[in-house]
Design a protein around this ligand. Structure first.
Ligand SMILES: NC(=O)c1ccc[n+]([C@@H]2O[C@H](COP(=O)([O-])OP(=O)(O)OC[C@H]3O[C@@H](n4cnc5c(N)ncnc54)[C@H](O)[C@@H]3O)[C@@H](O)[C@H]2O)c1
Length: 258
């Protein structure tokens, strides 16, 4: 048995638009045999269609859907569309998220709440809705997305991001505890600085900061979205990780090891 084979499986990826980590996760799953339901905000329609075309070029089936992960009705509709199209969901890779760089004194309550709603509450809403589909079949893989700034913070004012993503890590452990009895594994990827994506592209204007980040990693380079995350996503989606649950796995070039 090939423990990394995803043939016949269906994966739902959020934040799946071209230009982000979700694009690469979706392609990796398709390369290993999975069909894909690709979700993102309606404003990303063209980028989402690019991911769909890339999946279909690999000979896999793909469907797109729009979602606001902070809205329960929208999450319900996304999952209903995915199961309506493919009949099941074996794997959830939940990448949708936002970052806000702002001093705490300047941040409004509405800004704080929007970050927490998308990053933390959105993860809970999406995980819970998809898990409801998985428990009846007694199998499923859920992969959440935190950040290298899960147990530590960075040098810039991003308190809502740090707090919400730290919450994602412990939410992952809590859900893994609850859903282990259904054979649903829940894990979390904590990426280092992956460049460039839509979120990290503004670093282009800050070459000194980019250089500092490179030097800050043991491996002396930033993460490459093409190659440095795909294997981990496939591992956590496949039978190879059937005894791995409740874990936060850092793919950060060593950043958080000291
Ligand atoms: N790129 C990195 O270096 C890095 C590092 C650490 C963590 N991350 C995390 O990885 C994930 C992907 O980041 P990325 O770098 O690909 O950035 P990205 O901005 O390209 O991807 C985030 C995606 O989330 C979607 N999204 C935002 N709000 C949404 C909402 N309310 N509903 C549905 N979708 C929504 C966006 O449209 C976008 O496609 C994020 O959760 C991010 O926090 C990225």
């Amino acid at each position: 048995m090939n423990q990394f084979d995803l043939t016949g499986q269906v994966s739902l990826v959020t934040g799946a638009s071209a230009g982000g980590l979700g694009y690469h996760s979706a392609l990796a799953l398709a390369e290993h045999g999975s069909d894909l339901f690709l979700a993102d905000q309606a404003s990303r329609k063209e980028d989402l269609e690019q991911t769909k075309a890339a999946i279909e070029a690999l000979g896999r089936q793909a469907e797109v859907g729009f979602v606001d992960v902070a809205d329960e009705g929208s999450v319900d509709a996304m999952v209903a569309a995915a199961t309506g199209r493919f009949g099941k969901i074996d794997v959830l890779v939940h990448h949708a998220g936002v970052m806000l760089r702002k001093d705490a004194f300047e941040m409004t309550l509405a800004e704080w709440q929007r970050i927490v709603d998308i990053n933390l509450t959105g993860t809970w809403l999406v995980d819970r809705r998809v898990a409801r589909e998985m428990v009846g079949r007694q199998r499923g893989k859920i992969i959440n997305t935190s950040t290298l700034y899960t147990n530590v913070v960075g040098p810039l004012p991003e308190s809502a991001y740090y707090a919400s993503k730290a919450g994602v890590a412990n939410l992952t452990r809590g859900l893994a505890l609850e859903w282990g009895k259904y054979n649903v594994q829940v894990n979390c990827i904590a990426p280092g600085v992956f460049y460039p994506t839509q979120m990290t592209a503004p670093l282009q204007a800050q070459p000194e900061r980019l250089e500092w980040m490179r030097q800050r990693t043991f491996l002396g380079r930033l993460g490459n979205p093409e190659s440095d995350l795909r294997g981990l996503v496939v591992f956590l989606s496949a039978a190879a990780s059937d005894y791995v649950t409740g874990q936060v796995i850092f793919a950060d070039g060593g950043w958080t090891a000291w």
